[in-house]
Design a protein around this ligand. Structure first.
Ligand code: PMP
Length: 429
């Protein structure tokens, strides 16, 4: 296929007629396919079904420290769950607080605590005239929703394959004490799949911040979510805790993670890890909030995943189900759009998403066209703060949920919609 930019008006018009005819055919097929959210497929969920049999009536429901997991108690998690979550968060068990069923709740709670109480003696953020937050883009819509709900002003920061553009981050944090923090998804980022380079991690840890209580929300949602059972060296992320300590900013980070996309989303285990001072502060506040979380769930997760030692093998099974789907997506994009020169996309080695960049001003149209043809995508703009992608070009592709055959059909529709939107724009049609 020649590049659209090199085609004459007559050639473009012929292409438009052809693409439109194909699109109309697709609409007539009345498909119903969903690529909107990064949900594990049924086959992935089945991988964790044996966990449900671990705690039968005959099982020992006592944690290693003697805690009866059937009863109240233990604010910060049983020891075996702390070891599991420490493996996931690349930290020591003593720095881990095991939480409820979702890391998103943990991040929301952490932000609310900062707003209500400040941290390590600082003024509660809600009492300041304004609070600003750096949001690497494209990013995770639910992070942005937390900021928006709490009235925190979001500042988009561009990213590349190594993480946020640090010159820009350093400039923004240096002179404005209202800039209180940054969202980071350091590994297989949502949605680009980027893994932060060591240099980016070191610069985040060491940068001069006008706000002494600046916080990095380190959301390692995809810490072990590789497609290959032999992950690439460049996907090993430098530990932000070590980098912050080395830089003399030991309290700057808060790590978050969960087993949502390891076992069962919504029925997993979440955790945070932080410096000793921050752990003490968080526990102090949590003491008013909870008696403890679901220790039976902690116990079965710890046993099922062998306190972390079983993660690699379990995640290799997930990877084997995910890899063909991501391969299919990138192959179909290349086959259908590679020649036209109208789009770019990422080619991740792990995580849950492909980030797609279409021609400026077409993302909303593409997503609308796809919906009309029965394929639901993540809403255009969702990857930007306030749902506002100023170029209207980014679309998040989430291939995990549909079976391969359905994904193939969905990619047919999607690539057709991209061409249709691009041709309409080029021809003013
Ligand atoms: N963080 C990121 C970056 C995510 O992509 C997701 C899931 N889509 C979450 C957090 C949600 O995790 P949890 O289920 O633990 O709330």
């Amino acid at each position: 296929m020649p590049r659209y930019a090199d085609m004459s008006k007559a050639e473009l018009e012929a292409e438009l007629a052809q693409v439109r005819a194909r699109y109309d055919e697709m609409v007539a097929r009345r498909l119903s396919l969903n690529m909107a959210r990064g949900k594990p497929s049924a086959a992935q969920l089945e991988l964790s079904l044996p966990m449900l049999d671990i705690l039968d009536a005959a099982a020992d429901l006592t944690a290693e420290d003697g805690t009866d997991c059937r009863n109240y108690g233990v604010l910060d998690g049983i020891p075996e769950a702390k070891r599991l979550m420490a493996t996931l968060l690349d930290d020591e068990p003593e720095n881990v607080i095991v939480l409820g069923n979702a890391s998103l709740t943990a991040m929301y709670d952490a932000m609310v605590r900062l707003m209500l109480f400040g941290t390590q003696g600082s003024t509660p953020w809600a009492q300041l005239p304004e609070v600003k937050w750096l949001c690497p883009v494209p990013g995770y819509d639910r992070h942005f929703t937390i900021c928006e709900a709490l009235g925190i002003q979001m500042i988009p920061v561009p990213m590349d394959e190594n993480g946020p553009i640090m010159d820009e981050v350093e400039r923004l944090v240096a002179n404005d004490a209202a800039v209180k923090g940054i969202w980071c998804v350091p590994k297989y980022s949502n949605p680009t799949g980027a893994t932060y380079s060591d240099e980016v991690v070191r610069r985040l840890a060491a940068m001069e911040c006008a706000a002494p209580d600046f916080r990095i929300f380190w959301d390692n949602a995809y810490a072990v979510h590789h497609f290959s059972d032999d992950p690439a060296e460049q996907d090993a992320v430098l530990d932000i805790a070590v980098a912050c300590r080395d830089a003399g900013n030991p309290d700057r980070y808060l790590k978050f993670g969960s087993t949502s996309k390891i076992t069962f989303p919504g029925a997993g285990v979440a955790a945070a890890a932080a410096s000793p001072a921050n752990v003490a502060e968080i526990k102090r506040h949590m003491n008013a909030q909870a008696i403890g979380h679901d220790k039976l769930n902690q116990l079965r997760h710890a046993r099922f995943l062998n306190e972390g030692a079983g993660l690699a093998e379990h995640m290799a099974r997930h990877g084997a189900l995910m890899e063909p789907k991501f391969r299919l997506v990138t192959e179909r994009l290349e086959a259908e759009l590679g020649g036209a020169g109208i789009a770019t996309w990422t080619n991740p080695r792990g995580g849950y998403f492909v980030s797609f960049e279409g021609p400026a001003g077409t993302a909303r149209r593409i997503v609308d066209l796809a919906r009309t043809a029965g394929v639901v995508m993540t809403g255009a703009g969702a990857t930007w703060p306030y749902g506002d992608d100023p170029a209207d070009s980014n679309i998040r592709i989430a291939p995990s949920l549909p079976p391969l055959e359905e994904l193939d059909e969905a990619m047919d529709v999607f690539t057709c919609c991209v061409k249709l939107a691009a041709l309409e724009q080029l021809l003013g049609a």
